[in-house]
Design a protein around this ligand. Structure first.
Ligand code: PMP
Length: 398
């Protein structure tokens, strides 16, 4: 099979999974009305498939800051951080992130994906080992592949399996980087961080925590799982993204190890790409202030998460083990998942559809992302619609 024939085969496999005319992936949002509503085709829909956890996409402070930066500094930096693309704002944001976590060092990357790629490939290389959770995000897998280190996976959140693999490494644990996530993007569950830290200390490894989905969501000031568990002094490196609770685009790594700064000279995903635009940095700085002060937003977010989780559970759906901003209905049958996703859209609710192999264990997911700006009425309507579809689609097929 030549290269183009391979692409044709991939297209045919996708077509076999999705009926003609169903655009479940990359569906265009024609107009955005607010943090919770938009137009898709001719429908005004509730947005329940975005990562806008604190609902800050239209925060006036962020919009104003972005406008001011556009006027003052133009549309883009047109270069990499290593060359012409390090502006005052990039450095200021790095200091603000480090200070937020009480650490000494911070680096800003152009995306959250690149933050993982750049941090992992800067920290480990051939001859080292990465020990990662099997549900890790693609940016973690890709960072590991780029690094050349040996990749070992342990079963999702399974500490017995994790220790078994650490034991097998013998004296190589000192050169082992453990990577886990604060909240996992597929099922919305949290890493057992205290147990992971115990193992990291017992086996003398280094620990990287990706707080992409948990920054803004967990902890008193929104640092993430590290703050919820009070383990700031135990985690070596924290990565995260600006594209979820912070409502822009970009990524960061912070650490209390001053050696983090060396990644600027080692990390290709930092060196060989253009830096985030001044408007992006300015709105992220404004959002970080709102996030830190966002206790009321977090309270509202969690109220919404619990309301929807309880509603879906009561309706009979199989869900991840705990409520959170990511709530996934787990289905064995991809056709049923597609049917539910499509019916939700017909009922003016937009969620994410995740089909194998993207979802863990060969399952299909209808994944909701809850945010602080959703009203109680919106959450109730979504819950009732899910319950109706369970009766119509799942109970009917049983
Ligand atoms: N880490 C995790 C756990 C993620 O879920 C994502 C994005 N979904 C990223 C990193 C990458 O972030 P970004 O999309 O901002 O590049």
């Amino acid at each position: 099979m030549n290269l183009l024939e391979k692409l044709d085969a991939a297209a045919a496999a996708r077509k076999a999974m999705l009926p003609e005319g169903v655009g479940a992936f990359g569906i265009p949002i024609e107009e955005v009305y607010s943090a919770t509503e938009a137009r898709i085709g001719e429908r005004r829909v509730i947005l329940l498939g975005t990562n806008n956890y604190l609902g800050l996409t239209f925060a006036p402070e962020c919009i104003q800051a972005a406008h001011d930066a556009l006027d003052a500094e133009g549309t883009g930096t047109t270069g990499s951080r290593m060359a012409n693309g390090s502006y005052y704002g990039h450095r200021a944001l790095e200091r603000e992130f480090a200070e937020f976590y009480g650490y000494c060092a911070g680096i800003v990357f152009t995306t959250g994906y690149q933050a993982n790629l750049g941090t992992i490939s800067g920290l480990v290389s051939r001859g080292d080992t990465v020990l990662i959770d099997s549900d890790s995000h693609a940016s973690i897998y890709d960072g590991c592949i780029l690094s050349g280190a040996e990749i070992i996976r342990f079963k999702h959140n399974d500490m017995i399996d994790m220790e078994k693999r650490l034991r097998r490494l013998g004296n190589r644990t000192e050169n082992t980087l453990i990577i886990v996530e604060g909240i996992y993007s597929m099922l919305g569950d949290q890493a057992p961080l205290a147990e992971i830290v115990d193992l990291k200390n017992k086996y003398n490894c280094t620990l990287l925590l990706d707080e992409a989905h948990s920054i803004g969501v967990l902890g008193e000031t929104g640092q993430g799982l590290v703050e919820k568990t009070g383990l700031q002094n135990e985690v070596d490196f924290i990565t995260g993204t600006f594209s979820k609770s912070l409502c822009s685009i970009g990524g960061f790594c912070v650490s209390n190890h001053p050696q983090l700064d060396q990644l600027r000279y080692l990390s290709h995903p930092y060196i060989f790409t253009a830096s985030p635009s001044p408007a992006t940095i300015a709105s992220t700085r404004a959002a970080l202030v709102l996030l830190r002060e966002g206790k009321a937003l977090r309270r509202q977010l969690w109220k919404n998460c619990t309301q929807l989780y309880d509603h879906l559970k009561k309706a009979g759906y199989t869900l991840g083990p705990e409520p959170g901003p990511v709530i996934a209905a787990i289905l064995d049958n991809p056709k049923q998942a597609l049917q539910i996703w499509q019916s939700l859209l017909e009922n003016n609710i937009y969620v994410n559809l995740i089909l194998p192999p993207a979802a863990p264990d060969g399952k299909s997911l209808v994944r909701c992302s809850v945010n602080a700006a959703h009203s109680t009425e919106q959450i109730s309507y979504v819950g009732e619609t899910f319950a109706k579809l369970h009766r119509q689609i799942l109970d009917a097929d049983a």
